[in-house]
Design a protein around this ligand. Sequence first.
Ligand SMILES: Cc1ncc(COP(=O)(O)O)c(C=O)c1O
Length: 397
Amino acid sequence: MKPLSEIVAKTEASATLVLTALAKRLQADGVDVVSLTAGEPDFPTPQHIKDAAKRAIEENRTTYTLNAGTLELRQAIVQKFRADNNLAFHPSQILVSNGAKHSIANALQAICNRGDEVIVPSPYWVSYPQMVLLAGATPVIVSTSEENGFMLTAEQLRGAITARTKALILCTPSNPTGAIYSKHDLELLAEVIAETGIYVIADEIYEKMIYDGAHHFSIGSIASIRNQVVTVNGMSKAYSMTGWRVGFLGASQEITSGAERVQSQTTSNASSISQYAALAALTGPQDEIVAMAEEYDRRREFIHSAVTSIPGIRCHMPKGAFYIFPNISDYLGRSVRGVTMNSCDDIAKFLLDEEGVALVPGSSFGSENHLRISYSCSITELEKAAERLQRGFRKLE
Ligand SMILES: Cc1ncc(COP(=O)(O)O)c(C=O)c1O
């Protein structure tokens, strides 16, 4: 038989999805596992959104929609971008897709040629480098420093840009670190972006989960680079709608049209029913988003304090998203019953096998010194997890 695709052979499965599935399988087999792997809200989708989907079914809104999404939904997204992000788009500059992940993949396909480089600051969301590879381009990983709050500096960006650089992927608030770029940080990056003409894919999916009075600022609202920025967002996190699969992008007409052509020849429109649900979400009451963010904040404080009480563990207080990213490098090289912890993967495996607590090793996000803990689960679960983590790390002392 002939060999299969070289690009696909090089592509790794999403570590978070693999680990989440493993934790679920163990739980289904009756193993007592607390899972801190999830990249999804644990709240149900608000009732009025579910009602809108039921209505869409009853009203037979079950056919293909326009490839780019229904006009009503794109108008609502235009409105959302204007109100929340100071971004001005025409509905023709909006593309609705099957989740923000799909929006990013479409954007990369529209932007990249084979051999192009795409800068991905590390720690990064697991899928970015793989999506760049799937688009035929090369991810260029630029490590950010923990001391600088895991944020890419303008100097680092400038230093990483070559003649082949096509784009930068920027995630704010960040998964996995919870870092939020301020307006000033983004203006400094924008100077380099304007000078060099590269594109930016700005992933703002966690914009509604921000704490300690932090502000979310959209890099696409900086006038000098407006046409170079693809702003990506979606329904999954803010509205607890991960399974509905609706994300969207706003960009220059040229980029959106390119991404739209990619989508028209691959998946066509996002689910019609989900689009009506998304419309209800964006145009309906927003109070549940605020309530969810307050609950995440409570959990963030709890788990951050529990984890940093473990000797040798340091952890930035995240300002956004629903993850903490503790530095566990003090524990590398330690042994328990003759088994040495050579990597964060070994520590993650030890914590799962020994204490029944599942989390994602930092290596999946480009950092060997960290673990990613999702606090998108109840305080009761977090209390149980905290006890287990404290006990597990004690065994490694
Ligand atoms: C940073 C980031 N971007 C995008 C996504 C994907 O979101 P969606 O469900 O809209 O595809 C995720 C999901 O975990 C994420 O963490």
